[in-house]
Write a new protein. Structure first.
Length: 329
């Protein structure tokens, strides 16, 4: 609706200061002609929008003119920004959350608005989960506090192999990935990523630290996850699955739908997926666990190994006659 778009234009101008028609059009996904008409409508409604010409020109609100919403103190602001919606994959909820955040940012006093912008730079939400798992997030509030106040953080860290070590780091930002939280921090050996659920005894220290110049949390996370994916060994298989089994598999391993290979006999209603596993043994474990709800199709040697495993299992099951001698009487 036009009224909603006009409010969005107003809030974006209030939050960002000077903006161009192109920037507003890209943000709101409309044409520049539409934005120009919206700005004229705001002006006709006695909203003091000012057009500035030249290479550095654009549109801005008259100095001192602001909409108002109830104020927040520093702790409320930090809690709001650190609790960004976890379901950012939902486009409607993400749009509503962004609209609410724009309203908040627009109404904040100048110094607090700058502080809010800094906080947002230090939180990146990645909506895709590697797999669903229970997470111990008892240390999360302590870690959030250290990130927000730029104080060093001390904690014990337990690696995947069970080794425990004491760490003291400069906490640079938090990343939410699915149901998991990660701390990006600078330690004695450089930038590292720590899983919050593996932290224990976290404590915020009195000493502060100087952030690396031009550090970009989202860019660092993108690079580090790409490097991790590149190092991980992958074993790819093609499977046909019942719909319920396909949903279960998607929680454990990356999958993508594909067309059934030519000549493959797929039961009606089943789906064909390409699934990636860390190694062949884990693939065997998962596929055999799905029982009669899955068929291995490719590669051929993997399919044959599954068929042989099923044959051996069937051979171990006692025949009905052996269990019930009366059956042959």
């Amino acid at each position: 609706m036009k009224s909603d778009r006009l409010l969005s234009v107003l809030l974006l101008m209030q939050a960002r200061g000077r903006v161009t028609e192109r920037e507003l059009a890209e943000q709101l996904e409309v044409s520049q002609r539409t934005i120009h008409r919206d700005l004229e409508a705001l002006s006709a409604s006695r909203v003091p929008v000012v057009a500035l010409r030249g290479s550095q020109g654009g549109w801005e609100l008259d100095k001192g003119w602001r909409t108002q919403v109830p104020g927040l103190d520093e702790s409320e602001l930090r809690a709001f920004l650190m609790a960004q919606p976890r379901v950012v994959g939902n486009s409607r909820l993400a749009a509503a959350a962004e609209s609410a955040l724009n309203k908040l940012m627009a109404a904040l006093p100048g110094p607090m608005r700058e502080q809010a912008a800094v906080m947002r730079e230090r939180l990146h939400v990645d909506p895709t989960a590697w797999w669903e798992t229970g997470e111990d997030l008892s240390m999360l509030s302590v870690v959030q506090d250290a990130v927000a106040r730029e104080r060093q953080l001390a904690f014990d860290y337990v690696k995947a192999d069970g080794q425990r070590s004491a760490r003291t780091v400069d906490p640079l930002g938090l990343v939410a990935k699915g149901t998991s939280w990660y701390l990006v921090a600078r330690g004695a050996t450089g930038l590292r990523t720590f899983r919050v659920s593996r932290m224990a005894g976290a404590a915020v220290l009195a000493s502060g630290f100087e952030r690396p110049p031009k550090f970009d949390l989202a860019a660092y996370w993108a690079r580090s996850t790409a490097e991790l994916e590149g190092r991980r060994r992958r074993f790819s298989v093609v499977l046909a699955l019942a719909p319920g089994a396909a949903r279960m598999l998607a929680l454990r391993s990356p999958t993508s739908p594909i067309e059934p290979p030519r000549g493959a006999a797929i039961p009606d209603g089943w789906v064909t997926l390409r699934a990636d596993f860390d190694d062949q043994e884990f693939a065997r474990f998962v596929v055999l666990g799905l029982g009669m709800r899955v068929q291995a199709i490719e590669p051929d040697d993997f399919r044959r190994s599954i068929e042989e495993e099923v044959r051996l299992l069937a051979a171990q099951v006692p025949h009905q006659d052996a269990k019930n001698p009366r059956a042959t009487a």
